[in-house]
Design a protein around this ligand. Structure first.
Ligand code: GLU
Length: 404
């Protein structure tokens, strides 16, 4: 076959595959070969979708909700989403100010695809979720990475934001609680960032609130447009049911924002995937409109697991980890392992070497911090039962002890 035939779109050719999915796929391969891997690499709750949500989906099938829906989503779900934004986030919106997508990823991708032109810059604070910079580049923009290290709690400061903004800045992406660090921005911190944004009216803001409900230690979640309503006309606030209701496979994300932007995203979606799954939309409506005890229970479980993991990881020589304020990730510094040699004779030069060696030699899957823009760290998703988490920490501990 000629090389010309296999010529790809240039932006896709230079994009990196999703780092999280690369490891998830590798785990699946190793398991298929019979390996017993404890997977701490995929960021998804290990719980079943709540019973009443599953029943709503079955009922949706029985009642014939099996055809195309409106591109922007069914009205009953859009009303439930608007109600969620009003009730939980204090955003004064109606169903016409919402859009339903096939997962949070589609919200983000389509917002960028709908607005970016060559040369546009997007501020992406690092550590970032692996897909932000790649989506930006795929859509023709340039990711301007701003490193936010442990000294600022992995959070963007107003000074760093101000220094990163140029005339070409089109978007700022803010993710709180953060994947991969679990960092949570307080209202005061958001207000301070908002002061900088108010003086830069050319900047749109994407608030990725997907981990909103996974927030610990009695903190209150605040989203940017709530902290500074004057930013509402240029903020896209996105969320979904994946993390809050253990519905990752149902693929429902949603957003509220300025109507010109939602309409552009809807136009794109209409030529692309059309409306999200009709059955998933009914399930998501039941989740958003239904009881909230699931959210409270899962938050308590994740907080307990966080405490378990942070305490166990900090007892392992070579690892150090602050207690994250939210999400279900521990972002552990592995500087103490770099330069050492494993029992199988591999030298650990980077955090990627650490992640690969942990997978091959300790049968524990984690993701290297450098995939999220900051090394040497490893991201450990603690969305597993306590016994598996203890086993994983035992295995990581043995691996570290056997280093030379
Ligand atoms: N958000 C999850 C993670 O970071 C799912 C995988 C992905 O889409 O990147 O692990």
């Amino acid at each position: 076959m000629s090389a010309d035939l296999q010529r790809l779109n240039q932006r896709l050719a230079s994009a990196k595959p999703s780092a999280t999915y690369r490891i998830i796929d590798r785990v699946a391969e190793r398991r298929a070969q019979g390996a017993r891997i404890i997977s701490l690499c995929a960021g998804e709750p290990d719980f079943d979708t709540p019973e009443h949500v599953r029943q709503a989906a079955i009922q949706a099938i029985e009642e014939g909700h099996t055809r195309y829906t409106q591109v922007a989503g069914v009205r009953s779900l859009r009303e439930a989403v608007a109600d969620k934004f009003r009730r939980e986030n204090g955003l004064d919106v109606t169903w016409q100010d919402t859009l339903i997508c096939s997962g949070g990823k589609q919200v983000i991708y389509n917002a960028l695809a709908a607005t970016l032109n060559e040369g546009d810059e997007i501020i992406v604070p690092a550590p970032y979720w692996v897909s932000y910079p790649e989506m930006v580049e795929l859509c023709g923009g340039q990711a301007r990475i701003v490193i936010c290290n442990a000294e600022t709690g992995f959070k963007l400061t107003p000074a760093a934001l101000a220094a990163a903004i140029t005339d070409r800045t089109r978007w700022l992406i803010l993710n709180s609680p953060s994947n991969p660090t679990g960092a949570v921005y307080s209202r005061v911190e958001l207000e301070a960032l908002a002061q900088v944004l108010l003086t830069n009216p050319q900047v749109l803001i994407l608030a990725d609130d997907i981990y909103e409900h996974l927030i610990f230690d009695e903190q209150t979640f605040v989203t940017l447009a709530q902290a500074e309503p004057r930013l509402m006309p240029r903020t896209l606030t996105m969320n979904g049911v994946s993390k809050a209701y253990a519905m990752t496979g149902w693929r429902i994300g949603f957003a509220t924002g300025p109507r010109w932007l939602l309409h552009a995203m809807e136009k794109l979606q209409g030529q692309q995937t059309s409306g999200a799954s009709s059955i998933s939309q009914q399930a998501a409506r039941a989740a958003l409109a239904g009881p909230k005890d699931f959210i409270h229970q899962s938050r308590a479980v994740f907080q307990r697991r966080r405490d378990l993991m942070v305490s166990r990881l900090n007892q392992i020589p070579g690892l150090a980890c602050e207690a994250p304020g939210g999400a279900f990730y521990a972002f552990a510094c592995c500087a103490g392992l770099i330069g050492r040699t494993t029992a199988a004779g591999r030298t650990l030069r980077t955090d990627e070497d650490v992640a690969l060696a942990l997978l091959d030699e300790a049968n524990v899957a984690v993701v290297q911090g450098s995939a999220f823009g900051l090394g040497p760290y490893i991201r450990i998703a603690y969305a597993l039962d306590d016994a598996s988490l203890h086993q994983a920490c035992d295995a990581i501990g043995r691996f570290c002890q056997n280093l030379r």
